[in-house]
Design a protein around this ligand. Structure first.
Ligand code: FAD
Ligand code: MG
Ligand code: MG
Length: 300
């Protein structure tokens, strides 16, 4: 938590930062303008999301909340924001007993409904991140609605669930930060703090803060469904990509590549961007939000 907190502060420094000596040869003036504009945009998205989470932490106790966490990049970002906001709340309310308890026993309730045949890399990532973020995960193998019905009857104290949904997701453009579920769903409050984030914000956040993510994204998957309904995003095919690539996107790709290389300096399993064995670029090369699900045969 502390290290995440510290790196969130780093976001306040313009790029290139003083400890970043590789920039001068890599980035021209236009690159730096685009990188700093994305950094500022992501900062304001972070602030907005933290405000939503903070406001709901004033309404609900931790035992009334749960986070829907399926190991994907979006709920991973949401989880980090949730943890950061909890850390802030815990420090400022140091005399409050219930918060003290939390700092001793940091188990956050989370819910995962496994309704497809998963990639084993996704299963391993869910297991590993559940451990490292001290999640208390409840897992069901059934459809989403039935899963939440089961969850609420097992944990009747739960009133609200945090969701990593974004407005670019199917049928999500009219969602609010906080709202009830639809009529055909079991009744609870949906908290959607990252509604306004786009793909670039998600990848800036993850790469800048050096957050571990599911390895499938490095292979060119951009949206993770079941093994029988998900392929690598065809828009990331290296050959096709070269033809479609617009020059105004390349600064961010250059920067993400820089962060990716830097973050993986000591990683023996590192897949270099131009690895000849990989015919797709990593997920963070995709800039167009509308193409995120191009590797999915079903909406979800
Ligand atoms: P993704 O990017 O895969 O998912 C968006 C977010 O949903 C994830 O970041 C994660 O937080 C959560 N999520 C997705 N799949 C799972 C899973 N298998 N297990 C746990 N969390 C998951 N639809 C309605 O029409 N009306 C509703 O009232 C409604 N309420 C919902 C409440 C919750 C808590 C959730 C998780 C979903 C709800 N949905 C509802 C369905 C939602 O609109 C999406 O269809 C669904 O989350 C699948 O998301 P996706 O694959 O499009 O996007
Ligand atoms: Mg998503
Ligand atoms: Mg999904």
């Amino acid at each position: 938590l502390n290290s995440t907190d510290l790196t969130l502060h780093d976001l306040n420094h313009e790029f290139p930062t003083s400890n970043d000596d590789t920039h001068s040869s890599l980035f021209n003036h236009d690159d730096l303008v685009q990188i700093n504009s994305l950094r500022n945009d992501t900062k304001s998205k972070i602030r907005e999301s933290l405000r939503v989470i903070a406001s709901q932490l004033n309404v609900y106790h931790l035992n009334q909340l749960s986070i829907s966490y399926n190991g994907g990049k979006d709920c991973l970002v949401l989880l980090i924001l949730y943890l950061s906001q909890l850390a802030t709340t815990t420090t400022t309310d140091n005399n409050n007993n219930s918060n003290k308890n939390f700092s001793k026993k940091p188990l956050l309730d989370s819910i995962y409904i496994n309704y497809e045949h998963n990639f084993s890399d996704l299963d391993s990532f869910i297991d590993a991140s559940t451990l490292s973020y001290h999640l208390h995960l409840t897992n069901y193998s059934c459809d989403l609605i039935q899963g939440f019905r089961n969850y609420l009857s097992k944990f009747p104290s739960k009133k609200a669930i945090l969701i990593g949904v974004r407005k670019n997701d199917p049928y999500s453009q009219h969602l609010n930060f906080v709202q009830n579920t639809d009529n055909n769903w079991p009744s609870f409050i949906r908290i959607n703090p990252i509604l306004n984030w786009n793909l670039k914000n998600i990848w800036f956040f993850i790469l800048f803060l050096k957050i571990n993510y599911c390895s499938l994204y490095n292979l060119g998957y951009t949206s993770l469904g079941g093994t029988n309904s998900t392929i690598k995003n065809p828009n990331l095919l290296k050959i096709k990509f070269a033809l479609l690539n617009h020059s105004n996107n390349s600064s961010i790709q250059k920067y993400f590549t820089h962060l990716y290389n830097k973050n993986n300096k000591n990683n023996l399993d590192f897949i270099p961007i131009n690895d000849p064995l990989q015919d797709h670029y990593p997920a963070f090369f995709l800039q167009n939000d509308l193409l995120e699900r191009a590797g999915r045969f079903k909406p979800f």
